[in-house]
Design a binder for this molecule. Structure first.
Ligand SMILES: *Cc1c(COP(=O)(O)O)cnc(C)c1O
Length: 393
C-alpha cells in the first residue's frame, strides 16, 4: 500500500484536482514547479532558518510525567503550541510564502473560518512584505473578532463573504473567484491538507517537519525512533499529516486519528466524517465528506472551530479506507473535560482541537511500556472564553 500521492494527485481513490477549467493554469503552474522549488538547497536553507529563528523550532518533545502515571504508559507531547502564533499552522504558511516569492507572486490570498489560518497567513505576509487579502464569512468575522483584529494589525485586508451561510465555504468560494481573476500575480495559501492537487501533498510536506524532529528526539529519549502510538486530532488533517508523515510505512506504529463528534455522532450536530462521510468532491478534491442524499454539503458542528469541517483531506480518507489509521469520534463534553485534565495535570492549557486527542486516552488500552506521542497542535488562549462559559470559571 502506498501513502504518498501519485502522479495524478491521488492517494488511493482520493484526491485529484476537480476545479473549474479557469483554474487549470494556476494549478498547472504550481504542480509543475512546487517539488523542484521546495527541494532546492537555497529554499531549504531559507525555510530551515525561518523555522529555527522565527517559528522557534525544533519544538520540544516533552515527557508528560503526571499524564503517564495516570494512563500507565509513556506519554510524550510534541509541543506545536510553542510555535510562533501558538499552533502548527505557521509551519505551512512559512513554507508557502517562500514558495510564493520564488514563483514571483506579489499578492497572497487565503480563506479562513475561525481565523487561525488567516492569522498565520497574515503573519508570514508581514514577514515577507507581501500584500495579503483574507476572505472570511461575514458571520465568522463577527464571531472571531480578536483574530480579525490580529489580521488587521498584521497589515492584511479582511474581506467579508456575504453569500450563502456566510461562513467558511462561502469564504472559500470568494477566494477561488479572486484567484481565477488574478492568476499571474497571486498565490492562494490553503491552510490544511485539503483542496486540489498539489495542495494536500505540499502542505503535508511542510508539516512533515513535526515527525522528522520526533524521530531524532525519540532516539535521544527512548533509544528508538518509533513510538507505539501516534495520536492527533483531525480537522482537515494537517497537524495529523505532519505527525504521521515519516511513520506511514512503519506498520509497527499505530495511528489514531481523532475527529470531532460534536454533540454525538447521531445527534445531527457533529463533524464525524469517518462515520458519516461519503465520497464526494469538496474544495476541488475527491474525498470523504458529510453530505445529503443529493450531494449537498451538511453543515458540520463542533465546539472547536478548527475541527468544524465537513470533510477530511484525501490522505486521511485513504488512511481510513486502507485501515492504516484508526479513527475515533470524540464529543464536545469529552474534549472539554480532557482540556481541563491536561491543564491540571501538566500545566499546559490546550486548544480545544488538541484536547480532542487527549480525550481518546480513556478509550484506548495502553500497556506500561507503550510509547505514545500526541501532537499538541495548539495552545488554548484562543479558547479561553469557550472554557470560561463551559465550566463557569
Ligand atoms: C486549525 C487547527 C487544527 C485543525 O486543523 P488540521 O489541519 O486538521 O491540523 C487543530 N489544532 C489547532 C490548534 C488548529 O489551530
Amino acid at each position: 500500500m502506498k501513502y504518498t500521492v501519485d502522479k495524478k494527485g491521488f492517494y488511493g481513490n482520493y484526491g485529484g484536482a476537480f476545479v473549474p477549467e479557469m483554474l487549470f493554469p494556476n494549478l498547472d503552474e504550481l504542480e509543475k514547479k512546487y517539488k523542484k522549488i521546495i527541494n532546492d538547497i537555497d529554499f531549504q536553507e531559507d525555510y530551515n532558518n525561518l523555522l529555527k529563528d522565527y517559528v522557534g523550532r525544533p519544538t520540544p518533545l516533552y515527557f508528560a510525567e503526571r499524564m503517564s502515571e495516570k494512563y500507565k504508559s509513556k506519554i510524550y507531547l510534541k509541543r506545536e503550541d510553542l510555535c510562533h502564533t501558538g499552533a502548527h499552522k505557521i509551519n505551512n504558511t512559512v513554507g508557502q510564502i517562500l514558495l510564493a516569492k520564488r514563483l514571483g507572486k506579489k499578492r497572497i490570498i487565503a480563506e479562513t473560518g475561525a481565523g487561525q489560518h488567516g492569522v498565520a497567513t497574515a503573519t508570514v505576509c508581514a514577514l515577507a512584505g507581501i500584500e495579503c487579502v483574507i476572505y472570511m464569512g461575514a458571520i465568522d468575522i463577527k464571531r472571531q473578532a480578536p483574530n480579525v483584529a490580529r489580521m488587521k494589525m498584521l497589515g492584511a485586508s479582511v474581506v467579508a463573504a456575504e453569500s450563502g451561510s456566510k461562513t467558511l465555504k462561502d469564504a472559500t468560494n470568494e477566494a477561488i473567484r479572486d484567484w481565477i481573476n488574478n492568476p499571474v500575480t497571486t498565490h492562494y495559501i490553503i491552510g490544511s491538507v485539503v483542496g486540489p492537487h498539489p495542495y494536500p501533498d505540499m502542505v503535508a510536506k511542510f508539516q512533515s517537519i513535526v515527525s522528522k524532529e520526533i524521530k531524532s528526539q525519540l532516539i535521544e529519549k527512548e533509544g528508538t525512533d518509533s513510538p507505539d502510538y501516534l495520536i492527533a486530532n483531525i480537522g482537515g488533517g494537517s497537524n495529523a499529516a505532519g505527525l504521521y508523515y515519516h511513520y506511514l510505512e512503519d506498520k509497527k506504529v499505530k495511528i489514531i486519528s481523532v475527529e470531532a463528534a460534536g454533540e454525538g455522532v447521531e445527534s445531527g450536530k457533529s463533524a464525524a466524517t469517518s462515520v458519516l462521510g461519503k465520497t464526494g468532491i469538496i474544495h476541488g478534491s475527491k474525498t470523504l465528506l458529510m453530505q445529503t442524499k443529493d450531494g449537498q454539503i451538511v453543515e458540520p458542528y463542533s465546539i472547536s472551530a478548527g475541527l468544524d469541517y465537513p470533510g477530511v483531506g484525501p490522505l486521511h480518507a485513504h488512511l481510513l479506507k486502507s485501515k492504516r489509521a484508526e479513527f475515533m469520534s470524540i464529543t464536545d463534553s469529552d474534549a472539554m473535560l480532557a482540556g481541563l485534565e491536561v491543564s491540571k495535570l501538566e500545566g499546559i492549557i490546550p486548544a480545544i482541537e488538541t484536547a480532542h486527542a487527549f480525550a481518546a486516552f480513556k478509550y484506548l488500552d495502553f500497556k506500561p511500556n507503550d510509547i505514545i506521542v500526541v501532537n499538541f497542535s495548539g495552545r488554548g488562549d484562543k479558547d479561553l472564553n469557550t472554557y470560561i462559559d463551559y465550566f463557569n470559571l
